[in-house]
Design a protein around this ligand. Sequence first.
Ligand code: NAI
Ligand code: MG
Length: 356
Amino acid sequence: MKIAVLPGDGIGTEIVEQAVRVLGALDLKFEMETALVGGAAYEAHGHPLPESTLKLAKEADAVLFGAVGDWKYDKLERQFRPEQAILGLRKNLGLFANFRPAICYEQLTHASSLKPELVSGLDILIIRELTGDIYFGQPRGKRTSPDGNFPGAEEAFDTMRYTRPEIERIARVAFEAARKRSKRVTSVDKANVLETFQFWKDVVTEVHKDYPDVELDHMYVDNAAMQLVKAPKKFDVVVTGNMFGDILSDEAAMLTGSIGMLPSASLNASRQGLYEPSHGSAPDIAGKGVANPLATILSAAMMLRFSLDQEEAAQRIENAVKKVLAQGLRTPDIYSEGTTKVGTREMGDAVLAALG
Ligand code: NAI
Ligand code: MG
């Protein structure tokens, strides 16, 4: 088994270093190879996703990714911007399923945007389709409006679309994921007004026939947005399209406290995946040794679970994280009175020690 390690820019290098130390301590047989990506790769090779990095990522069973980007690259032509590396990896590896767990750790309930009793014990998984929907549908563009409220006026338009295979494969991913959890899937759509999402609902319902052991319900996206803040614990696995998933996953992130705690995974059909924290390269705190490495360490746990078939090792890491939180150790982003403030490396040390 091989892991491509792509630390990237800003705090990327600091947080990935800690995740690599944790992975190295597990006594599992895999190889880790590091390569440049993002701004760092642009500086060295003139491209944010050099051929050699892409080749390594393609050959690997999984990619552990830090973050890319810095304000200093904002003026570069789009194709050379660090963020293009992520898009290039998604496209080249065919990553279509984005997993964003929203877990509220007991000790951090106070940091949530919601009342502690609403989020205490929260553990939901949002699965967002990543390659279709209105973000990529053609045709799109600007033109003179042919009809509507202001015919002849300047207008812009996008096309929302999903093919049956796209919906089928993401539905299967969701049902499979639910089997490893509490066996409930909520499919989020807007079937009442959108043709695309009536089709989505129909196809998800068909695929569900292959998973009779999993409970399925359907919810309109506006209601889902409301339920996520009203009673988030009612959900288990939520599956939805690219745009609704983009919005709902950010909403769910705020239930949990800090962005520094949130892992994510993007998978393809052969369960090869890219694992990264949900946050960016945080140039404002880069190089200071204060970034929270837990999102990246938890991303490594997801990698073990979903791409490397090492459920036990994944749980070992997750339990270690719970343990250090229970010990009261906090990086500044999750610090509160009465806890102990630590830096990036000390947090890594503590997780290593807590692996048991
Ligand atoms: P950001 O997520 O990097 O930072 C937002 C805020 O959260 C900052 O105040 C930062 O200090 C804090 N923060 C983020 N991660 C943290 C951690 N692990 N520990 C403690 N605090 C943390 O988002 P921002 O500032 O909008 O973007 C910065 C750069 O990152 C930009 O160049 C952006 O394009 C890039 N970016 C890259 C992503 C990726 O590589 N997948 C995703 C999002 C942004
Ligand atoms: Mg977003």
